[in-house]
Design a protein around this ligand. Structure first.
Ligand code: COA
Length: 645
């Protein structure tokens, strides 16, 4: 094997001669554009210029729904959570709100004006309020894990070979994105906004006080490998734009492995902290120029690859263990410091063949990450890196050094305590449902996604005997810079169906009729949501425009209809991959569940979570209820069909 390197010795910490690419775009706090209010905050920044996909410029702008229509929809969706008297009061408040001189009518006009002057009236608000201004840690509270199909590594050589293939696949994919060669995603026949793809590689979140930043460095030519808490810079594209051969890369990874035998200082654990704490630690950390240089290299890298140690022993299935490894890393006794959680993409390679990633959610939704995953898995399966030849590289792998001051050490101790608490509180029961997949549901002439959502509603109701407010993400990417809208899956019909299933006095025919009504109602809301006509983003827009104009928050935002219907005890999304993988994340509320699912033709992967501390919930309990619900629904359909024959 020929390794051609033109720079000095390996692991030298001298500054490299790589042309430092300046951060191209940076969200910065500016006093004119930052609005911060204590209880209800509007965070707004001027510069939302991330790298763009040309095609998206032709897409339409996100519409502002008509106020009366949103109110009608809202009333329907809050009905399951209210008594008759409460519902009447909500209707009264909304009547006043939307009257000719009502505050809602005024806010609607202001929102329409804002929309006329922007490509997407929600995009900046959403980024800043849902993500960059949110102060809880990204770990558990925001960043999902994505579990790839399991590999079986017999030894470290197997692991390094896979890692090298994965790196090459990701670099190829990055190049394809930037030469506009990846296919445009579609919903039916309609093209979707592809901008999120351009923010996957080279992006990093930067901790701030009250508001974080995002930095884009998509023309970087290096990645960062982390092993035993030691960070290494690794060149993966040379000056000519060429990528190394598989054997060159394996050789470099072997060097890194040798150099990382000793456990490094757990600097990475700082990125698991609450964002304001992290900002303080970060400010302290980068005071030292050695640390500053290392942090810069991490932030500017295209992506990070974590070679993990085994996870602490737990009595979990492999799928649940993998979910935890990718969501949080196992805490201070595990791999939580073997990360930089602000990096948009961190691939994680376990010793035993548990492979996947975690991603920082602010620049992208799950679906582009899932599409990328299928590309990577196919690339490795097809051994697509086998034709690559050795190239001239400029740099040996370089260890990124850190000096740990007494103050930084205190921040690390605090971060260790905090992450261990979070880790202990996450309860997962991820599983593969094998009795049927989406083909069965389609054969019943029903929507698979709606069927699964109604199964979750039924599972929740059979455990708790009360309606569960239920968030499902719908993509609004048919609009320029579109992100998501909420599908409110809990409906009058979903509760009627759950009750019918649990009522021994109901016939199977009545249950099937209730099921079909619940599915139809969910499907109708889904279609409205993907077209930008849900309730939640519109109500958020009205609230934020009120705050931005210094107006008092309207009464509806403190009404029980609002607080109960937005206390999302079920946080769910479909993230579909062709490969046998799945996404997973924590619940949105202390008394809730997370349930991310990948409906495949003949099976369904579920990532199920709950918080261990809450006495009313358990991931195992939800998993069992969901499995039973799916089987009950299948059986009731099958029985009524037989009866017809
Ligand atoms: N009879 C037969 N087939 C049907 C059917 C029916 N009544 N209804 C739907 N189908 C088919 C569809 O044609 C489709 O077929 P295909 O697999 O050949 O394309 C398939 O079933 C799936 O459709 P459905 O289950 O209804 O929903 P969907 O795949 O369109 O997904 C959403 C719905 C809301 C999940 C999707 O629009 C979306 O927004 N996805 C993004 C979610 C997201 O943002 N996730 C990331 C969060 S981080």
């Amino acid at each position: 094997m020929v390794i051609t390197i033109s720079s000095s010795k390996p692991f030298s910490n001298t500054s490299s001669n790589m042309i430092a690419s300046k951060p191209k775009l940076l969200y910065q706090k500016t006093s004119e554009t930052l609005f911060y209010l204590i209880r209800n905050q509007v965070l707004s920044l001027s510069n939302v210029a991330a790298p763009k996909f040309e095609n998206s410029l032709k897409l339409p702008s996100l519409p502002v729904p008509i106020l009366s229509q949103s109110i009608e929809k809202y009333i329907k969706t809050v009905t399951p959570f209210l008594s008759e008297a409460e519902l009447n009061n909500t209707k009264k408040i909304l009547k006043e709100f939307s009257s000719e001189n009502g505050i809602g009518t005024k806010l609607q006009k202001l929102l329409v004006q804002k929309a006329q002057n922007s490509e997407n009236w929600l995009a900046d608000w959403w980024l800043n309020n849902a993500y960059l201004g949110y102060r809880d840690p990204v770990v558990i509270y925001s960043s999902p894990g994505l579990v790839f199909p399991f590999e079986d590594f017999i030894n470290e050589t197997d692991r390094l070979t896979y890692t090298a293939q994965l790196i090459l696949a990701a670099v190829e994919y990055k190049k394809a994105i930037y030469s506009d060669k990846i296919p445009v995603d579609k919903m039916g026949k309609e093209p979707l906004d592809m901008n999120q793809y351009k923010q996957i590689f080279g992006t990093c979140r930067i901790p701030g006080q009250k508001l974080d930043g995002l930095e884009y460095n998509s023309d970087s030519r290096h990645i960062v490998i982390v092993k035993n808490n030691n960070f290494f810079k690794l060149e993966v594209i040379n000056r000519n734009g060429e990528v190394p051969s598989l054997s060159q890369l394996i050789n470099h990874l072997e060097m890194i492995l040798l150099e990382s035998a000793e456990v490094g200082p757990p600097i990475g654990v700082l990125s698991t902290e609450n964002r304001d704490n992290w900002n303080k630690a970060y400010t302290e950390l980068i005071k030292d120029p050695v640390n500053k240089k290392s942090v810069d290299e991490i932030q500017k890298s295209l992506f990070l690859v974590a070679l993990d140690n085994p996870m602490p022993e737990l009595n979990d299935s492999r799928m649940s263990m993998a979910s935890k490894q990718f969501i949080h890393g196992g805490g201070s006794r595990g791999n939580s410091a073997n990360r930089w959680f602000d990096k948009t993409v961190q691939f994680i390679i376990g010793q035993d063949g548990t492979v996947g990633l975690t991603y920082e959610h602010s620049p992208s939704e799950g679906q582009p990450i899932a599409v990328m995953t299928d590309y990577l898995v196919d690339y490795i399966k097809n051994n697509a890196s086998s034709g690559l030849e050795d190239i001239k590289l400029e740099h040996w792998p370089e260890k990124l050094e850190f000096n740990v001051s007494e103050n930084v050490s205190k921040y690390i101790q605090a971060a260790n305590i905090h992450i261990d608490k979070l880790v202990d509180n996450l309860d997962m029961d991820s599983f593969k449902f094998t009795s049927f997949g989406k083909e069965f549901v389609k054969s019943q002439k029903l929507s698979p996604d709606s069927f699964l959502q109604i199964a979750m509603q039924y599972a929740f109701y059979r455990i708790h005997k009360v309606p569960g407010a239920h968030y499902e993400s719908a993509a609004t990417r048919k609009y320029i810079h579109g992100r998501t809208e909420t599908i409110r899956s809990c409906s009058i019909e979903s509760i009627a169906f759950a009750k019918a299933m649990l009522d021994t006095g109901k016939s199977d025919a009545e249950r099937v009729a209730a099921l079909k009504e619940a599915i139809a109602s969910h499907k109708k809301y889904s279609i409205e949501a993907v077209n930008g006509f849900g309730v939640d983003r519109h109500f958020l827009g009205l609230k934020l425009i009120a705050l931005e104009n210094g107006l008092e928050l309207p009464e509806i935002y403190s009404d029980p209809s609002f607080t109960r219907s937005t206390h999302m005890r079920l946080s769910t999304s479909q993230v579909a991959t062709k490969c046998d993988g799945f996404m997973c994340y924590a619940p949105l509320t202390a008394d809730g569940y997370g349930c991310c699912y990948n409906p495949r033709p003949h099976d369904i992967n579920f990532g199920v979570s709950a918080f261990a501390e809450h006495p009313d919930t358990s991931a195992k309990q939800f998993r069992e209820a969901l499995e039973s619900s799916l089987l009950d629904m299948h059986n009731v359909l099958a029985k009524t069909q037989k009866a017809k024959l």
